[in-house]
Design a protein. Structure first.
Length: 106
């Protein structure tokens, strides 16, 4: 079983337990707004992730789509890149990405 460490999540998302993106990402996860999270393992140790996260302010609209890649080496996962379709998603550290990374950590 491969592990994505919490310290890797903090480092990638430029957050701490007190930063806004972490606090709100935790709230998104606890609200069960991560409604789909799937993976495709490739031959080169790359794992492609695709997730859907309900929009917090527009729950009846299309969910945000989060895509990303992890690299598996010695049963440890390393974050390569994550992208979200939300306005804040270009930063690669929005609350939706944090929620998905926390989901993968658990």
């Amino acid at each position: 079983m491969s592990v994505l460490s919490l310290s890797d999540v903090f480092k990638y998302a430029h957050c701490t337990p007190d930063t806004r993106n972490f606090v709100e990402g935790e709230q998104v996860l606890l609200a069960k707004h991560v409604i789909l999270c799937g993976k495709i393992e490739k031959d080169d140790g790359i794992i492609a992730i695709k997730s859907l996260v309900i929009q917090s302010s527009h729950i009846r609209e299309m969910p945000h789509e989060i895509t990303g890649e992890l690299h598996c080496e010695n049963k440890k996962l390393h974050i390569i890149q994550f992208i979200c379709t939300s306005k804040a998603g270009a930063s690669e550290s929005c609350k939706h990405i944090v929620a998905v990374l926390l989901h993968l950590n658990r």
